[in-house]
Design a protein around this ligand. Structure first.
Ligand code: MLC
Ligand code: AMP
Length: 494
């Protein structure tokens, strides 16, 4: 039997998960995963990298499904439960998904799509009930384990594939760097279709034998109550969450505010990542909670690459230094390595943490590597020994509240609106979201469109967080001599 995680064994009576105040031990979880893997295998001896998707919010079922697929030899494809069902079509088709696991209202919402695509839709409980007495396959670490979708500059998201070995490397690097132990208790309110939630919190926690308190969404009142009760000693979030926490806490009566701040202050670690943490936010958080945020930099394709130190100076506005085992270099536009400080270049990465491939997309995989270095598209400088992120090489990537969004994907959907003739989407600076999705629209003649109409129309056509926050109706879009829209010029049109 293969158990990827050393702590998932029958003798471990420590609490792995808390779901709605119910405590689930490591040994119970292990037993359930085993049963699930055997049920999933049915008459087969190995799933042989079958793509099994699941549409499950953070729960014991989610963890059982993820690990069950791994133990049965499949590739886990966790999907965003906040997706519009229309977006799932692309994920299922491009990953050649054969089975989908979901329950309750989530299962209901997928019936039509799965039947259309001939994907078998199964309830997690049904799999657990299929009693099977059989051995689980031995899984070589070099086998594919997980596919996460990421937005690129092209219009449709790509499946980022990692092996068991890559996942192990991403996890163990962080456990060492941030000194995870079995005494840690961490809340998990981030979505579980991205590495921040899956690797940095869920997997590092489970691998260390820590306890993870599961949330189905970011319930700020519940989070603050648990922090005030000193339930947690580690906290990981995106900058938007720290902004929202500050706004929320500062409106509370002082006794409540003080208890929450004391709860944060007593923790051993508060981490910010997935988007830039402004210096102002870093300072405000420190003033409020006395916590010095540890900012780190990562990406779906590499896990975490750069981090401020657990011990030592955590420098505001900087993401720190290469994590042990991760090679980071900056390269200029001519692909020359930059070996001086304060010169901006693209961050490129090598190491056991780097993904295997984009699923079924050899050309995209090849294009994303130069001389064996993965090209992130992020630009940074080395500033007195610490990396500072300067921005991205593409204006078509937007980071909103920690989600990476493709401007072209949003434009593609907006162009199907009957009143829209042309559209350009870009991210504009926003205190809460980091960047706000902003649409510049040219209307068809004699057409009208106000913001609320557009928002209503987007409902069900794209995930809610992709819906433009700002709409500008313009006469025309600026173009260069080649006829290409020059989005940089739109930044001045607001
Ligand atoms: C929610 N909304 C957003 C949004 N999230 N709008 C823009 N950007 C976002 N990220 C909108 C909703 O559509 C809704 O709009 C309103 O805000 C309230 O929605 P909500 O769901 O109640 O919001 P909330 O729970 O507060 O969500 C905010 C959030 C969430 C920050 C908790 O966005 C989130 O979990 N972000 C983290 C994403 C993440 O994990 N990224 C890591 C990727 S991995 P309306 O108009 O309908 O009211 C990666 C690598 C690395 O980046 O380095 O980690
Ligand atoms: P994703 O592709 O969703 O995994 O998002 C990865 C991207 O998030 C990176 O390529 C960066 O652009 C951004 N990112 C992650 N962490 C940071 C950070 N600390 N500062 C700035 N950008 C970040």
């Amino acid at each position: 039997m293969t158990t990827l995680f050393p702590t998932l064994n029958n003798k471990n009576s420590a609490v792995a998960l808390i779901e709605n105040n119910v405590l689930i031990t490591y040994s119970d979880l292990n037993e359930k995963i085993d049963r699930f893997a055997k049920g999933l295998l049915g008459s087969e001896s190995d799933l042989n990298e079958e793509r099994v998707a699941f549409f499950i919010p953070a729960s014991e079922d989610y963890v059982t499904t993820l690990h069950g697929i791994w133990r049965a030899g499949g590739i886990a494809v966790p999907l965003n439960v906040a997706s519009a069902v229309t977006e799932l079509d692309h994920y299922l088709k491009s990953a050649n998904v054969t089975r989908m696991i979901a329950s309750g209202k989530y299962k209901e919402s997928l019936k039509e799509l799965c039947s259309e695509l001939e994907v078998e839709l199964i309830d997690a409980q049904e799999i657990l009930n299929r009693s099977q007495h059989k051995d689980l396959p031995a899984i070589d670490q070099s086998r594919r384990a997980m596919m996460l979708f990421t937005s690129g500059t092209t219009s449709k998201p790509k499946g980022v594939v990692s092996t068991h070995a890559i996942i192990s490397s991403q996890i163990t690097t962080l456990i060492d760097a941030w000194e995870w132990t079995s005494s840690d208790v961490v809340p998990l309110f981030l979505p579980l279709h991205h590495i921040h939630g899956i690797i940095n919190i869920l997997s590092c926690g489970l691998w260390s034998g820590a306890t993870i308190d599961l949330y189905q969404n970011f319930d700020i009142t519940r989070v603050c109550a648990s922090v005030a009760a000193e339930n947690y000693n580690v906290f990981m979030a995106v900058p938007t969450i720290y902004v929202k926490l500050i706004q929320h806490i500062c409106k509370l009566p002082s006794s409540e505010k003080d208890r929450i701040c004391a709860g944060f202050s007593s923790m051993r670690l508060n981490i910010s990542g997935s988007a830039a943490c402004p210096v102002k936010l870093f300072n405000e958080w420190k003033a409020l909670t006395s916590q010095t945020l540890l900012e780190r930099y990562g990406m779906t394709e590499i896990g975490m690459g750069i981090s401020n130190p657990y011990h030592g100076e955590r420098r505001p506005g900087h993401v720190g230094q290469a994590l042990p085992g991760v090679d980071i270099q900056l390269f200029d536009d001519e692909d020359n390595l930059i070996d001086a400080e304060n010169l901006a270049g693209e961050i490129r990465v090598q190491g056991d943490n780097v993904f295997l491939e984009y699923w079924d997309n050899a050309s995209a995989t090849e294009e994303s590597f130069i001389d064996g270095w993965f090209c992130t598209g992020d630009v940074a400088v080395l500033d007195n020994g610490y990396y500072r992120i300067m921005g991205r090489s593409s204006i078509d990537i937007i980071k909103s509240g920690g989600y990476k969004l493709s401007a072209l994907e949003i434009e593609g959907t907006l162009l199907t609106h009957e009143n829209i003739l042309e559209v350009a989407v870009l991210g504009t600076p926003d205190e809460t979201w980091g960047e706000a999705v902003t649409a510049f629209v040219v209307l068809k003649s004699a057409s009208k469109l106000d913001y609320q109409d557009l928002k209503n129309w987007c409902d069900g056509r794209m995930s809610a967080y992709k819906v433009p926050k700002i709409l500008h109706i313009v006469e025309s879009l600026p173009r260069n001599a080649m006829g290409k829209v020059t989005k940089v010029n739109l930044k001045d049109c607001q």
